[in-house]
Design a protein around this ligand. Structure first.
Ligand code: NAD
Ligand code: ZN
Length: 271
């Protein structure tokens, strides 16, 4: 039988309080309570397409307009969502921990960035993070673009008109087509963010893993690195995952409620 939730919450708080370094890893589940659909759910479908058919370099080469139309729809959807109690609890807690914690996310929705900006009382600036801790977007962001020719990358939050090939966004430097600044199936993860996440995972005493099924590599291997250096995993997920048997604490339930309980919510923090 599993220990009662209160005992598990205490254990999670103790582990986090004692840890000198913490890596937080989040997946689509943390944004579920904001109304952002996960890929695995039925709502994840757009028109008759599966994400696997659209989020690939081949799909963009074949039909950039269609792919941009999907991303324009996803941006629009995410902009109508707000950071939830889970994003907010993390933003506040991470700010208080300053140099001793990092946040790596598989999400591309910008909600951690917006939560960080709101926590600091500034206007949300999507596409560029002003978080006072490392915020590592392992799969890129819906709010950045990259040039298909010269590789220039920049924030991009303006609406995209995907009604024709001619109206798609183009590079200011070389006029080639811009593509969404996200990692597609089969593409490598951004090197700097990934190596920083690996470094944190290898040094962390606790990996706090929230809302990810821990299946998609290489991000999924981060908690394993923390375990190998003798650290612990604290998992927050309504469902069991491949990581559950390895976790010191597995908090079963929605991230918004549980993170507020473990990390604290709205109290003012030391700055
Ligand atoms: P995933 O494999 O990370 O699975 C989602 C996990 O969240 C599941 O384990 C589920 O049990 C858990 N979950 C559901 N509701 C939750 C809640 N309220 N609190 C905590 N956990 C909850 O995600 P996926 O949807 O299969 O996506 C795979 C990849 O696709 C992601 O890694 C990401 O790159 C991309 N994606 C991103 C977003 C986003 O940016 N919000 C959304 C969908 C997909
Ligand atoms: Zn260019």
């Amino acid at each position: 039988m599993e220990p009662p939730l209160d005992a598990q919450l205490d254990r999670a708080r103790d582990l986090l309080a004692a840890a000198r370094r913490v890596l937080v890893l989040t997946g689509a589940g943390i944004s579920a309570e904001s109304g952002v659909p996960t890929f695995r759910g039925v709502q994840g479908l757009w028109k008759e397409y599966r994400p696997e058919e659209l989020a690939t370099p081949g799909a963009f080469r074949r039909d950039p307009r269609l792919v941009w139309e999907w991303y324009a729809w996803r941006r629009d959807l995410v902009l109508r969502c707000k950071p939830n109690a889970g994003h907010r609890a993390l933003a506040r807690w991470l700010r208080a921990r300053k140099a001793f914690a990092a946040l790596a996310t598989q999400n591309v929705d910008g909600l951690h960035t917006r939560a960080a900006a709101e926590d600091m009382g500034s206007q949300a600036s999507l596409g560029s993070s002003a978080a006072p801790y490392p915020l590592l977007e392992l799969h890129g962001s819906l709010f950045t673009v990259r040039c298909t020719e010269c590789g220039r990358e920049e924030p991009h939050t303006a609406p995209v008109d995907a009604t024709s090939l001619e109206t798609l966004p183009r590079c200011g430097a070389c006029t080639a087509l811009l593509r969404p600044g996200v990692v597609w199936f089969g593409e490598p993860l951004p090197e700097t963010a990934l190596s920083e996440a690996f470094r944190w995972a290898g040094e962390a005493e606790v990996a706090l893993v929230v809302g990810t099924s821990a299946l998609v590599h290489p991000a999924a291997s981060l908690p394993g690195m923390t375990l190998r250096r003798g650290g612990s995993v604290v998992e927050v997920n309504p469902e069991a995952s491949p990581l559950t048997p390895l976790a010191a604490v597995s908090l079963r339930g929605p991230a918004g409620i549980l993170l507020a309980k473990v990390l604290g919510t709205g109290e003012p923090t030391r700055v």
